[in-house]
Design a protein around this ligand. Structure first.
Ligand code: HSE
Length: 372
C-alpha cells in the first residue's frame, strides 16, 4: 500500500477531509502517516482500530518516506517545507489545499469533475504537484462547469456572497459571537410587541458600532452587516479574491491562449460554510433555458437545477439548505432583459467540501489509480 502523509488534518479543512476519507473508505487503500506541527510523539487518530505516533511535520527525512503528501496546513507550511523537500530529492506527489503553489507553472489546479482529462494528461507528463482551487472558483465550476466546458461562456460576472468558513474557524466563532452580542443588546425587548422596531434597530446599530463589539478576527462587524472586500488589494483595484476567479478558472480549464473573461465583486456575508454566487453570463450562443439546464445537469452528478420559482428557490438554493452536502444547486436561470445571449444564475455550495477538502480527497484517488 502507498504511504500517505497527512499534514494539517486537525484543522477545519483537514477534519472535513479526514471525515470524508473515512466515509469513502479511502483509508482502506492506503497506509496513512499523520504529521503534526506541534504534537509529535502523541497518538494519531484511530484508523482501522489502530493508532500510530504523530510525526514532526518539518522532518524532511520523514516526509521523504511518503509516496504522497496531502496538506491542509496552509500556505506558510507549504512555503516552508515544499521547496526543501523537493531539493532533498523527493519525487512523490504533493496534494495541497493551500493557495501558495496554485499559479506556479509546475502545478495543476485540481477539480476532477471538471478537469479530470487534463489532470490525467499532466500525470503522464510528470506533474507531481496538485493543488486545490480557490473555493469560489471551484464552486462556480462545479455548478456551471457544463457551460464552461462546452466553451459557451464568452464572459461572466460572478458576484459572491461568501461564508465565514472561508476565513477560518476563528472567524466562524467570531461571527456567532457577534450575532450573540446583537441578541444580548436587544435582550427581552424583542419580546415586547409594544416596543417599536426602530428602538430595537437603534440598539442593534449602537451595539455593532460599540468598542465592545467582538471584531478581533474580522476587524469589522459582519453580523448584522456585510464586508465587501476579501483578501489584499491588487494593482488593478480588484481584491485578491476577485483576481483569482479569472486566472484560476482558466488554469483549471486549460485555457492557455483563449482565456474566458471573468470578474465580479466578492463579498463576505454572515453565512457559516456555504459560498453563494450571483452570475451574469454572456453566452456565445442564444441557447434555450432548457438546453442550458441540461448542460449543467449532465456535467457532473453533484450539480443540480432548482427551477426558477420562488418556493423552490427559497427552499433549496440557500446556505441553510446546502450546508454539509456535496450538492451544488444552480437556480435563478433566466434570460436577462439585456438580450438572448445573457443569462442570470445563482449557485450555492459548501465551502469546506467542494470548496476545499473534496477536490484534494478525490485527487488522492486519482493518483492512486494512476500508480495502480
Ligand atoms: N479566500 C476564500 C475565502 C477561501 O476567504 O472565502 C477559499 O479559498
Amino acid at each position: 500500500m502507498r504511504k500517505i502523509g497527512l499534514v494539517g488534518w486537525r484543522g477545519m479543512v483537514g477534519s472535513v477531509l479526514v471525515a470524508r476519507m473515512r466515509e469513502e473508505k479511502d483509508f482502506d487503500l492506503i497506509e496513512p502517516f499523520f504529521f503534526t506541527t506541534s504534537q509529535a510523539g502523541q497518538n494519531s487518530p484511530e484508523v482501522a482500530g489502530e493508532t500510530s505516533v504523530l510525526i514532526e511535520a518539518f522532518d524532511i527525512a520523514a516526509l521523504k518516506g511518503m509516496d504522497i503528501i496531502i496538506t491542509c496546513q496552509g500556505s506558510r507550511y507549504t512555503n516552508d517545507v515544499y521547496y526543501k523537500l523537493r531539493r532533498s530529492g523527493w519525487s512523490g506527489y504533493w496534494i495541497d489545499a493551500a493557495s501558495a503553489l496554485r499559479m506556479k507553472d509546475h502545478t495543476m489546479i485540481v477539480l476532477d469533475p471538471v478537469n479530470l482529462g487534463l489532470i490525467q494528461e499532466s500525470l503522464i507528463n510528470g506533474v507531481r504537484d496538485f493543488i486545490g482551487g480557490n473555493c469560489t472558483v471551484s464552486l462556480m465550476l462545479m455548478g456551471l462547469g457544463g457551460l464552461f466546458k462546452s466553451n459557451l461562456v464568452e464572459w461572466a460576472s460572478a458576484m459572491t456572497y461568501q461564508a465565514a468558513s472561508g476565513a477560518g474557524a476563528k472567524h466562524m466563532r467570531e461571527l456567532i459571537l457577534q450575532m450573540s452580542a446583537i441578541s444580548s443588546s436587544v435582550g427581552a425587548r424583542i419580546d415586547n410587541p409594544e416596543l417599536g422596531i426602530l428602538d430595537i434597530d437603534k440598539a442593534v446599530t449602537q451595539c455593532v458600532r460599540s468598542e465592545a463589539f467582538p471584531v478581533d478576527n474580522w476587524g469589522f462587524p459582519l453580523g448584522g452587516s456585510l464586508l465587501p472586500w476579501i483578501g489584499d488589494l491588487k494593482e488593478n483595484g480588484q481584491s485578491e479574491e476577485e483576481w483569482k476567479n479569472e486566472i484560476e478558472t482558466n488554469k483549471i480549464l486549460g485555457n492557455n491562449e483563449s482565456a474566458i473573461r471573468l470578474d465580479g465583486l466578492c463579498v463576505r456575508v454572515g453565512a457559516m460554510r456555504c459560498h453563494s454566487q450571483a452570475l451574469t453570463i454572456k453566452l456565445r450562443e442564444n441557447l434555450d433555458v432548457a438546453d442550458i439546464e441540461d448542460l449543467i445537469l449532465e456535467s457532473n452528478p453533484w450539480a443540480d437545477i432548482v427551477p426558477n420559482e420562488k418556493h423552490a428557490t427559497l427552499e433549496r438554493l440557500t446556505p441553510a439548505a446546502v450546508a454539509g452536502s456535496l450538492a451544488v444547486p444552480v437556480g435563478r436561470i433566466r434570460k436577462m432583459n439585456i438580450g438572448g445571449r445573457y443569462i442570470s444564475a445563482f449557485t450555492t455550495g459548501d465551502q469546506l467540501l467542494w470548496g476545499a477538502a473534496e477536490p484534494i480527497r478525490r485527487m488522492l484517488r486519482v493518483v492512486l489509480d494512476y500508480l495502480g
